[in-house]
Structures are given as C-alpha cells and as structure tokens.
Ligand binder design. Sequence first.
Ligand code: PEP
Ligand code: MG
Length: 526
Amino acid sequence: MGISHQGIAASDGLFIGPVRRLGSAQQERQGTGDAASEREALELAIARAITSLAALMERVEGEAQDILGFQVAMLEDDALAAPALSAIDQGTAAHVAWAAALDGEIAGYEASDDDYFRARAADLRDIRDRVLRQLAGEHAAGTVTGAVLVGDDIAPTAFLETDWSAGGAIALLQGSTTSHVAMLARARGIPMVTGLGELPSNITILAVDGGRGAVLSDPDAAQRAQFDAALDSDARARASEEQFRFRPAARRNGERIDLLINVAGVEELDRIDHAACDGIGLMRSEFLFRDGAPLPDEETQYRAYRRFAEWAQGRPVTIRTLDIGGDKPVRGLTPEGESNPFLGLRGVRLTLAHESVFRTQLRALARAAEHGNLKVMLPMVTVPDEITRSAALLDACIAELKAEGMACHRPPLGIMVEVPAVAVMPELFRAAAFFSIGSNDLTQYVTASSRDDARVAALNDPSHPAVTALIARVALFGREAGIPVSLCGDMASEPRHLAALLETGLTSLSVAPARIARLKAAIAEL
Ligand code: PEP
Ligand code: MG
C-alpha cells in the first residue's frame, strides 16, 4: 500500500508518473567497480564538459563569456581532478569521487572571507553538476517528460527548460507556494506540492494532488484505481468550466471584470487563444534573461515584445521591465552574496544601477510599442524618483531612436504596487500611468514572511486583513485619481480570493492562463 505525504498546495491538478530526482545526476549512475574504467569515465566526462562549455562560449559575449572561461580554466587545471582521481585509484566510483572532491573545494570557497572567492563557489557547483551529468549520460531536468520532479527546490530556469508537453508534476521537500516556480507551474497548469519535508528515497511512482497539497508514493492497485477516478472527475469539472472560456468575465449582476493573463515567455502564446482574455496584464520580461546565458540584445528583445503586442491584436499588453534579483538572480547583474536578496538590489533598483541594460530594454520596448497596445511597467518601485528617472531614460531612448530614424512610440509608464511604501501612500505616485498590485511581494513584505520559505508559508497569506486593506486603499485611490488599477499577483488566480478582491472595488485582474475558464466560471457565481 502506498503512503500518503502531506505538503502544501502550490498548483492545482492531478498527475501520476515516475519519479525523477532533481539535481541527482550522481544517483543515476552505477560505478563499474574497475578503477581504470572509472578513471577513464571521469576524464572523458571532464573533456566533454569542456567541449560543451567551449561551444556555449562561442554563442555568448562579455561577462557571460568570462564566467564560462573561468569554468573552462578550472576544468582544464589538472589540480582540480587530482583528489578525485586518487580516490578512484583507491576504489571509489568516479561520480562519488568527483562529487566529494568538488564539494571539498566548494566548502573552501564558501568559507573564504573574500567576496570574490565566495561568489566563485556557484561556478564550482555548476562545474561539479555539469561533469556529473556527463558521467550519468547527460540527463538534465530538461530532457525528461511526463515525470514527477522531486527535489528540495527547483530553479525557475530548470522549470522553463523542462519539456512539459507530456504533462508532469513537481513535488518539493522545501520550496514555497509563492515562489516564482510555483507561479510558473500555475501558469502552465502543472500540479505542484511544496514543503513535503521528506520523502523515502526509494519511491518510483508518485501520484500528486496539487490542489490538496498531497502526494501518494507507490500506490497499490486499489489506490491507483481511486486516483484514476479522481482524474476522471477532475477532467469533467474542467470540461464544464470550458463553456465560460470565450465569454467575457462578468458577475451574476452583469458587472464586467477585465480578465487579463500573466505570461513569462513567447512560447506560451502558442498555447493560449487571445480571444479568451482581455489582454496581457503582466509579461515578466526577466524570464527572457536566463542565468548563465548571454543577455538578450535589443533586436532579440524587440522581436519578443513585438510578438506579444501582435498576438494581443489591439488588446493591452503590459510588459514589466526586468525584475531580476530576489529569487531570480542573473549572474553578472545581481550582486553576489547579498544577505537579504528580496530586500536588496532588485527590480527597478537594479535596472537603474545598470543603465545600459535598462536602456537596451527601453529602446526595444519603445520600438515594439509601434506594433500594438503596449504599456511598460516598473517593478519594485519604492519612491517617486524611480518613476521620474525611468521616464527620463525612456524619453532619452525615444529621442535617440528617432534621431536614428527608427520607428517607435512612447508607451504609458506604470508601476507595480508591491512595496508597502507605495500601497500605504499611493497618492505620492501620481506620475504613474497605471498601478498593478503585486500581491505576491506585497504579502511577503507586509507579513515579513519570505515567499520562498515553506516554514513561514502559513504567514505568507494574501488574505491577511492588512494586505486586503492595502489593496482596497490602492483601488480607492485609483478610482478617485482616475488612475487605472489592476492586480496581477497570484492571489487573483485563486477562486477562493475572488470575492474579497472584487469587494475592494477592483475590476481588473491578471491571472495564470491555465485558470481563465475556472475564474470566469467562479466570477459568474458572484
Ligand atoms: C507580485 O509580486 O505579485 C508579482 C506579480 O510579481 P512577481 O511575482 O513576479 O514578483
Ligand atoms: Mg513582485
């Protein structure tokens, strides 16, 4: 009989499939028991890792190239593999010897007083895992389909690199329901459970109930039949909501609610029919910037933003400028070793500190604004001066583009309301063309409970009266001042929060695309 494990619900849905451990290339390999072949396997894996890094280096520039160059130099240094090779000669399997040797190095770097060396520990972890993947036959998370990914936590990039076309689910021992991965999972409709604490290491099949936050390991025939019945009835409920998909979102009294969607990448557009929503309320542009990959240039960004604008066919498309930092680091841009990244150099603070990166993005946005109803939104605004400085940069970019003879348009510049300083005194931010409430960050900052820490998940509750009161305050100010207000945090994607949200006077919500039909059905009941 399978055992049920209770965690925290992070993304609805049911899925059953084989377990795929994250970050455990090491566990997927068996040693051969022969020192000579283990030595050869490690040397070959290192050589392959160098070749793959060298190929990657050809496609990147600037700092990304330096990072990869450092990794290649480390791998080419015989001293790095020496302790592993001598452990292999003593009878240790190649993957165990390599992991132990690198873990020792990493611990040394992490203990350094020097920021530079501490920062290099991340490169060493990358090198360790790259070689381990080669030893295991190059299985990255991204190559698996139709599995339940199990691990302590999962990085947003690992989620994006995974092929979800055959379904799948995520079961995390730690993690959090408000992390960016949870948000991506909800957008994609991938069932996810966090905060499971522990799972036996030998399980092979996992049945995931994302809505209840529970998983069942290695179900027996009776449990399997029960799960299959639940899958059936879930499918029936989803089918009955479908009748609402292409209707305008409206309450029972006929009051219309604007229902827009949150997206992270152009590839998502292929799966969404634009006629089912009122536009894009939040495009998280930072997901075009992958950690370890080169920064996308103006042309690449322009093409992506233009794609969103054209997809929406005249409906509004709000593109948020880079919100990196916090739990979305990009090497070379985010500072290493911040003691509290969510309170550090994040969002507009970071882009204002990296003016050339910001300018590239603003130029691309102004050019894309020629092709649709595009709006630009600043994340993590805390003081009005951040709007003034960003607007000045946008104007400068537009003047520059015009001087170059490039077609462009000045998009309206709005802000996220996600820092309590703004929600408490929205009247200081009249310079914003619109407000979009980020309930994910607002909740984490109001309740002083991290959005990615399972241990404080119960405190990180958007229905806390203090959060709702701030939302109501912003909605009221917006109505009085004639500034449009929407809410794009994940709270809006939860039918259980709908009544309270609409009670605040909000009439515009931006939600996970996978929730459109369900939310329209729930709004019709209100
Ligand atoms: C939010 O904070 O609510 C939000 C929508 O932004 P993100 O989740 O990307 O931080
Ligand atoms: Mg936010």
